[in-house]
Design a protein around this ligand. Structure first.
Ligand SMILES: Nc1ncnc2c1ncn2[C@@H]1O[C@H](COP(=O)(O)OP(=O)(O)OP(=O)(O)O)[C@@H](O)[C@H]1O
Length: 283
């Protein structure tokens, strides 16, 4: 399988922050969710991948190319949180601008997406709600023959109905095996619905890059008291956290753990819980 995006040992140093040898890939036809706390380095990773900031070291290739030519750039659809276009324009006028920017601009797709999203073509973007602006940005990203979509916090602040519409569109987009998506989000439940892989960045480093199903179907949390915790084989523990009255222990194979410790309560873990345990737990 080819990768739409490969990032290897990406390093970027700011005064108070180091993005440290970040490596992961976005296989063609897949959705990769990028998660991590505020300031973990998600946007820095995305900006470096897009060439918007200079990397200090590491290797990045998009659709097999290290240097992005104009054709490859056209095939990347980008959606950032917040305002993506001049607010004075209307979607209709934006169409004329985009026609001049993208050779592969597909007016028909764009207009039908505006309709699908119920976006008024003649209204100034400044009068759009946040959700409408986001839908507009996604409509643009999907109207220039994009093969790779990169969305940085594109669904934050949107209501569940709009988010669900957008998630459906993203799933539709990757039905074509040549299409791929990298999406950063704090709403991990959204990523649980659509992502094939999850990359978790913490303090500038990749903690894991794993198939989502492995996390949601195999990982688990043992919930127990002090005596049971002491009796656990320490090599079974990925991280643990002591709460008020119970210990929570992250394990990589909950069924095996249930067999090994039949008296323990072993429950499935959400991606949020996995993230929290990694960030707040001890090793
Ligand atoms: N231009 C810059 N100069 C100095 N430091 C920067 C710059 N851009 C980002 N940083 C720092 O890099 C760190 C990572 O920021 P980044 O925006 O990548 O995090 P993030 O994971 O996207 O966070 P959030 O979820 O809050 O958007 C932060 O500490 C930030 O202050």
């Amino acid at each position: 399988m080819n990768n739409a995006l490969t990032i290897s040992e990406l390093t970027k140093t700011y005064k108070d922050f180091v993005l440290d040898k970040v490596s992961f890939s976005v296989p063609e036809g897949s959705i990769v969710g990028l998660i991590g706390e505020n300031g973990a380095g998600k946007s820095t990773t995305i900006n470096a991948a897009l060439g918007l900031i200079q990397k200090d070291a590491g290797y990045i290739s998009i659709m097999g190319k290290e240097e992005l030519d104009n054709d490859t750039k056209e095939q990347i659809g980008v959606v950032f949180d917040g305002s993506n276009y001049p607010e004075i324009l209307s979607p209709k006028r934006l169409n004329r601008v985009m026609k001049n920017i993208y050779h592969s601009w597909d007016e028909h797709t764009y207009m039908s997406l505006l309709q699908k999203f119920s976006l008024p073509a003649d209204k100034q973007i400044s009068q759009f709600s946040k959700g409408m602006k986001m839908k507009l940005a996604i409509s643009v990203a999907l109207s220039h023959n994009s093969k790779l979509l990169i969305l940085d916090e594109a669904t934050s602040g949107l209501d569940p109905v709009i988010r669900d519409d957008i998630l459906d569109m993203l799933l539709d987009f990757v039905q074509d095996e040549e299409h791929s998506i990298l999406v950063s989000s704090h709403i991990t439940s959204d990523l649980e619905k659509i992502a094939d892989y999850i990359v978790f960045i913490h303090e500038g480093q990749v903690v894991f890059f794993k198939p989502k199903d492995e996390l949601t179907e195999q990982y688990g949390i043992i919930k127990c008291g002090a005596a049971q915790f002491d009796a656990l084989d320490k090599s079974d523990i990925i991280v643990y956290r002591k709460m008020d009255y119970e210990w929570q222990i992250l394990v990589s194979d909950r069924e095996e753990m249930q067999r090994k410790y039949p008296k323990a309560m072993v429950v499935p873990a959400t991606i949020d819980e996995i993230m929290l345990l990694y960030v707040k737990g001890e090793r």
